[in-house]
Design a protein around this ligand. Structure first.
Ligand SMILES: [Zn+2]
Length: 213
């Protein structure tokens, strides 16, 4: 009985920490620092399962804060654009290429769209999962981000959006290899990567691919 009571209390606490609906997720997300030269929009889409969004404001805020921390080096900041979109419960797991592609019709405007999922299957290795992916079907580009991701995963994926491949630089958040040094909190983009990102930034601004939300 005691175990059952504990489980009930834990479930109640988990429910309390969650937003009541998708729109509540937007309350309390960080906005662009005024000091940044460029402020770009991120439109977030979240699956709703049993009437509840599958993630929290706190989790989204941590992802945005990390993106803002790492992109400050090229004078770019990110903030939520528009309202948070709702995805069906089926989007709580993204298993294959058709499911990744299914988000493409929602990708409009001069913002980066981020589709949250609860499990993102690795399409190259059966039985493996990914934390995030930058997906480019038919000339579109968007991010699919798993709630299992690390706090810096959104920043990593936005690095891909800005033209970066994976990296062997120890300092880089684009380096996926397991390593102790430097510790994760000291990792960021390498100077060579920042040079690439600055060129991409100039192109994005010139082409109005991204604009202030
Ligand atoms: Zn990657």
């Amino acid at each position: 009985m005691r175990t059952a009571v504990a489980v009930v209390i834990l479930v109640a606490l988990a429910g309390a920490a969650r937003a009541d609906d998708v729109q509540d997720l937007a309350k309390g997300l960080p906005t662009c620092e005024a000091a940044r030269a460029h402020c770009f929009g991120i439109t977030i889409h979240v699956p709703v399962v049993d009437g509840k969004p599958i993630t929290t404001t706190e989790w989204l805020a941590a992802q945005l804060a990390q993106a803002n921390r790492h992109f400050a080096a090229i004078d770019v900041a990110w903030q939520l654009a528009g309202t948070v979109g709702t995805l069906p419960a089926s989007a709580a797991r993204v298993e294959d290429v058709p499911e990744r592609n299914s988000f493409a019709p929602k990708v409009t405007g001069t913002v980066i769209h981020v589709f949250i999922t609860g499990q993102l299957d690795d399409i190259d290795e059966a039985g493996q999962i990914a934390y995030g992916v930058t997906w480019r079907p038919n000339g579109k580009v968007y991010v699919i981000l798993s709630t299992m991701a690390r706090e810096r995963t959104l920043a990593h994926e936005l690095g891909h959006v800005f033209g970066l491949p994976h990296s062997t630089h120890a300092i880089s958040i684009m380096n996926k290899s397991d390593r102790k040094e430097p510790p994760p909190e000291q990792r960021t983009f390498h100077d060579d990567e920042l040079a690439i990102m600055k060129k991409t930034l100039a192109r994005f601004v010139r082409d109005k691919f991204l604009t202030r939300p």
